[in-house]
Design a protein around this ligand. Sequence first.
Ligand code: MLT
Length: 245
Amino acid sequence: IPVAAVCDPKALLGTTAVVFDVLRATSTIVTALAAGYRRVYPVAQASAAVALARRHGFVLSGERGGEKIEGFPHGNSPLEFAGGPGTGSSVLVITTSNGTGAIRRAASASPVLIGSLLNARAVARAALEQGQDISLVCAGTGGLFSLEDILGAGFVLLEILQQLNPGGGEGKSPEGPAMDDLAITACGLARLYHNDPLAGLYAGQHGQRLLKLGREEDLRWCAGLNRFDIAPVFTGEYITLVPDN
Ligand code: MLT
């Protein structure tokens, strides 16, 4: 099974995609679904997110530049959703600077899975089960490479290698995946931070920006490797654990 870490949506056709915006959109989405939200709508434009949430009474969240959008009830901190929906709507609408657009742009792949450190093992298993090429889509920040997304892709790759070849000798067995150079780089990065994923989240520019904004607890949460055993799927409209729900 060839595995490529890609940023180009045109390369996704005919592959299983796993999308990463580790800080913080995909970590927030994974957290919300693990906590009991039934659906999450990723929306690129803030105005469209407001309209969708108002029309149906859904929960609204939005971030720009790392901060909650003014007038929105929620921002993009996973901790805001870790307690589940409570008595309110169990459907969340989220708009963020990079992550939600990246998820929508990945829709030429099928399926599109939502990845993070929080669910690396589960998403690796779900991607392998598809039995086709795997594209690891790194959202980045403002069109640029983001260390934490490559790190997330790397942790999923290490899980893929482990699940393909539980006995070890990763990458060298005849059944090991063919990886492109960015995927190989991602594996190297994940090995570097394997014992301390939080240090990896601190190392990148966006991690540093979030620290300056006082979001250290978010970084700690997002570094929780394999906290959840779930593999959310983007249907082209919304993200869910159970397509058709
Ligand atoms: C994004 O979509 O750019 C991020 O999730 C930004 C953030 O809230 O940290």
